[in-house]
Write a protein that binds this ligand. Structure first.
Ligand code: CUA
Length: 174
């Protein structure tokens, strides 16, 4: 993923550099202003429409799955989460599939970012951990595995080492 992002960045940087080089190379050229106006305005109108449509499509696609649905689930258990430089203190680290956990997230010192990753390294819930506040975020656990909690807000020297794990297990057979 990072390699692809790097390659795309390099291509875009080359494209932008190319535009700059083209503008510099042609900066001495003269052209009548009036005939250029109309196509330029038409191009601008198209560009505006494109940005509006792309913005709407990207917004709709990136809102799915709609995060507020998961917040509507009835809570079956609460876990207290206390963040501090540089660790997570959890009142519980074992969860069963089907449980809706409400994480009550606070901080002992500075702002941290509570992020819950599933076993495929996808973020499934996140919220700020702030001193003086208790922020609530819910998640319904539907997949087994080891979930990872990481800090998403730079909070000092060992920010990257701020990790904890939650074990998600299938309910015991009856
Ligand atoms: Cu805590 Cu970054």
């Amino acid at each position: 993923m990072q390699t692809i992002a790097l390659q795309i960045s390099i291509v875009l940087m080359l494209a932008v550099s190319g535009v700059f080089a083209w503008v510099i190379a042609n900066s001495q050229a003269q052209a009548a202003y009036e005939p250029l106006l109309k196509p330029a305005y038409r191009f601008r109108a198209w560009l505006f429409a494109l940005v509006v449509v792309a913005g709407a499509v990207i917004t709709i696609l990136s809102l799915s799955p709609w995060p507020h649905n998961s917040q509507a689930d009835a809570v079956t258990r609460r876990i207290d989460v206390k963040a501090r430089q540089w660790s997570w203190d959890l009142s519980d680290r074992a969860v069963k599939i089907g449980e809706v956990i409400e994480f009550r997230v606070a901080s002992d010192d500075v702002n941290h970012g509570f992020a819950l990753y599933d076993s495929d390294s996808q973020i499934v819930a996140q919220i700020q951990a702030m001193p003086g506040f208790t922020n609530l975020v819910r998640h319904r656990f539907t997949k087994p595995g080891t979930y990872r909690i990481a800090c998403l807000e730079y909070c000092g020297l060992v920010h990257h080492g701020m990790e904890a794990h939650i074990d998600v297990q299938a309910p015991a057979a009856q």
